[in-house]
Design a binder for this molecule. Structure first.
Ligand code: ADP
Length: 469
């Protein structure tokens, strides 16, 4: 059954092979057009061009042909009218005119019965509604609806339009060949120019294919004329710049973090070695090693906590538990705690105004601690640190001012970068990792707040934290 069906299909395919071939080609073209914007665009242009050309050809041929035929019919009509308007119908003149011009005149009576015809073959031609066209062995006869009525008779004039029709056919042929040539070259130029439009897109695809994590610096060519593709290339390049910057930052972060962890691990390793060799017998070595290991592990713990904070923030899993609380009370509490821990500085505060905010108390306290710790770290002994609380444009403003080493302008640009430490703070071995301010910034910005910094080398620094009330 299945084989029979297949056989019949194959027989059909053989019989209608040209048609089948045409169908296959058509399907192939349509498939190609569907899968390519370039061909689709070319197809749209070609269709429009073809439509315009065919319309123009037809208009030219129809207008030209109509004028030609109308002219010859009008001429016949005029001449025959003149003959008929003479007194009494001059049949011999009519006959003569008919022979000379291959025109045919038929006269019908009032009831449209045949009376007279200039050609024998039309002797019994019945009256027909006009316009009428008759093909004879001598020519193509055409009668327009312009019958002459003389003495209660209908006179129909058939004009030979064979020459005009031949002329029209010749004109049609010429226009067909001319327009076909124009269309052929137009199609080729459309295909080439459309290919040109998509060339930059192809180039872009090749470049994008070449981008990998080891080759993030490849960029699209934005030269050439200004167009939508140039805009796309610029946007893409901007995006790649951001991705590359983020990727490099991430790489730098991992390398900095490993570097920071390597030092305490090396120190702990060194002390463990020392303990192993002499610590069992020498009490001094034992105590020194235990203290150092304790300090370094605390240091490591602090670093790991900070790294975890940053990782949570980057992953978007850092949650803020916002509640309404008294900023005044929280700030006094923090300052008093700091005064207990650090007695080598003069810590003063001016916190009178009662200000409440909707924020994560724990995180805000963590941020304030970071700024206060820095003020202590970078201010020499006996130096003054002042903490004030006020309000500024619907914001609560916490002001932490120190009289420490201060910062230069170029340092200020980087203090919020991860792992940034100025050379001064490195040499003085203040013990920081360069992550404090980065964390403080994340907390304050996470509360839609702002941080302002003023600093002068040798005179001190002032950090202003603004939190929306
Ligand atoms: P660190 O743990 O090194 O203090 P931070 O991110 O808290 O890291 O600070 C980054 C850098 O900004 C510090 O190394 C220091 O150079 C500078 N800095 C921060 N606060 C102050 C300050 N109050 N006075 C002077 N320099 C400061």
């Amino acid at each position: 059954m299945r084989n029979r069906k297949k056989l019949i299909t194959n027989i059909f395919k053989i019989i209608f092979f040209p048609l089948y071939l045409l169908l296959v080609v058509y399907k192939f073209i349509i498939k190609k057009i569907k899968s390519s914007i370039r061909l689709k665009l070319s197809w749209i242009y070609i269709r429009k061009l073809l439509g315009a050309m065919i319309l123009t050809c037809l208009t030219v041929i129809i207008v030209y042909g109509s004028i030609k035929i109308y002219k010859v019919v009008s001429l016949d009509h005029k001449s025959i009218s003149n003959i008929l308007l003479e007194p009494g119908i001059n049949y011999s003149r009519l006959q003569k005119y008919s022979k000379e011009h291959n025109s045919h005149i038929i006269i019908y009576d009032r009831d449209k019965n045949f009376l007279y015809g200039t050609k024998n073959e039309f002797s019994t031609k019945k009256y027909k509604n006009l316009p009428d066209i008759v093909k004879t062995e001598h020519g193509l006869l055409f009668a327009l609806n312009r019958s002459v009525s003389v003495k209660d008779m209908y006179i129909v004039i058939y004009t030979d339009i064979k020459n005009q029709v031949s002329e029209i056919m010749l004109l049609s042929k010429i226009t067909f060949y001319v327009f076909s040539t124009i269309i052929f070259f137009s199609i080729i130029s459309i295909l080439i120019s459309v290919k040109g439009i998509f060339l930059p897109l192809k180039e872009m695809t090749e470049t994008v294919k070449g981008i990998s994590k080891n080759n993030l610096n490849l960029r699209l060519n934005v030269g050439g004329s200004k167009n939508e593709l140039k805009e796309l290339a610029i946007t893409f390049n901007d995006m790649m710049n951001r991705i590359e910057e983020d990727y490099n930052k991430q790489k730098q972060f991992v390398s900095d973090a490993s570097h920071e962890l390597r030092t305490p691990i090396a120190v702990i390793h060194g002390y463990v070695d020392m303990l192993n060799r002499w610590g069992k017998n020498e009490r001094e070595v034992l105590e020194e090693s235990i203290n150092a290991i304790k300090n370094e592990s605390e240091n490591m713990n602090d670093l790991v906590e900070k790294l975890l904070f940053l990782a949570r923030n980057d992953k978007g899993t850092l949650l803020l538990q916002k509640d309404e609380f008294s900023l005044t009370e929280m700030l006094i509490e923090t300052v008093k705690e700091t005064q207990i821990i650090d007695s080598s500085h003069r810590i003063e505060y001016d916190i009178k105004k009662e200000i409440s905010v909707l924020a994560d108390r724990k995180r805000i306290k963590q941020a304030v601690r970071i700024f206060m710790d820095n003020a202590l770290k970078y201010t020499p002994r006996k130096g003054k640190i002042t903490v004030t609380l006020g309000s500024e444009n619907r914001h609560a403003s916490i002001n932490i001012r120190d009289t420490g080493i201060g910062m230069k302008k170029d340092e200020l640009q980087h203090i919020f970068d991860r792992f940034y430490r100025s050379d001064k703070s490195r040499t003085k071995e203040k013990g920081g990792h360069g992550l404090g301010l980065a964390i403080g910034k994340i907390i304050v910005l996470g509360h839609n707040g702002k941080i302002k910094v003023r600093s002068k080398p040798g005179e001190g620094s002032e950090f202003i934290i603004l939190l929306p009330r």
